[in-house]
Design a protein around this ligand. Structure first.
Ligand SMILES: [Zn+2]
Length: 266
């Protein structure tokens, strides 16, 4: 592997003005290349290209930057095209303005957790819920009721979320289940899946903040859970390291089980 010629990216946010100055340093080999800058609301997905026209210099002022929600830290990355080749940068978050040493400490904590979880944890797929996009046409806008029989199997199947597609691409995470409680079966007739509601606590090792409505799928059993509450330990209050989440097991007839399952973990 050759070293990336993209040397460093820095992000300087101005929360008051809703802007962020994204600047970069590159190897001589990439000077004068075509640069494209992307922003994600959380570094997980939904990468948005900020410039249709390439930048040939070394910075771009992102004027659409908003920190809507303190739990989602925007991230940026850079693509450079030169001489018919593309170079992708690392992903940088706002936390990159924290010192390199702090990032190192976060990595040490993550590594320690990882070693522990490899002993008694599980690998699972984590599906972030979509937060925008086309609304499902099978939701009654007055009552909020979802007509799963209409939605199921359509190209825009929302899997019960109310937004077409339902979830973003999954990530593999390590998690440790550590406590749960059975609640009496509350049979509901419409099959939305509150039967055998089971709450489960889990510790998830992830450099992002779990959100209510995200889905966790245990690979071995295909048990699927919604994230309910979550509490994330953050180094210096900024860098997410590990989260304790309340999970709710979904009944097998829940819409979420229509989401095709990944057969193998990457
Ligand atoms: Zn639907």
């Amino acid at each position: 592997m050759e070293a990336s010629p993209l040397i460093r990216i820095s992000v300087w946010p101005s929360h008051g003005e809703g802007t962020a100055l994204v600047s970069w340093e590159v190897d001589n080999a990439l000077l004068g290349g075509d640069f494209y800058v992307y922003r994600s609301p959380d570094g997980i997905g939904e990468w948005l290209l900020l410039n249709d026209e390439p930048v040939n210099g070394s910075y771009l002022l992102d004027t659409g930057f908003r920190m809507r929600d303190r739990s989602r830290i925007p991230h940026w990355r850079l693509l450079c095209e030169k001489s018919g080749r593309s170079h992708d940068s690392a992903v940088v978050g706002l936390f990159e303005t924290v010192s390199r040493k702090d990032c190192g400490v976060a990595n040490v904590i993550r590594h320690t957790e990882l070693v522990r979880m490899k002993g008694n944890g599980l690998r699972a797929l984590y599906y972030p819920a979509r937060t925008g996009g086309l609304p499902c046409p099978y939701v009654d806008t007055e009552t909020g009721a979802h007509y799963a029989s209409g939605c199921a199997g359509t190209a825009g199947d929302c899997y019960g979320t109310g937004l077409a597609g339902g979830y973003r691409a999954p990530m593999v995470v390590w998690l440790e289940l550590y406590g749960g409680s059975m609640q009496g079966g509350t049979n509901d007739e419409d099959g939305v899946g509150q039967t055998d509601r089971r709450n489960q606590k889990a510790r998830i090792l992830a450099a992002f903040i779990p959100q209510k409505g995200d889905m966790v799928v245990l690979h071995a059993t295909d048990d699927r859970f919604f994230v309910d509450k979550s509490e994330t330990s953050k180094l210096r209050g900024i860098i997410p390291v590990v989260s304790d989440v309340d999970l709710v097991l979904l009944a097998r007839n829940h819409d979420a089980y229509r989401l095709p399952r990944e057969e193998t973990l990457p």
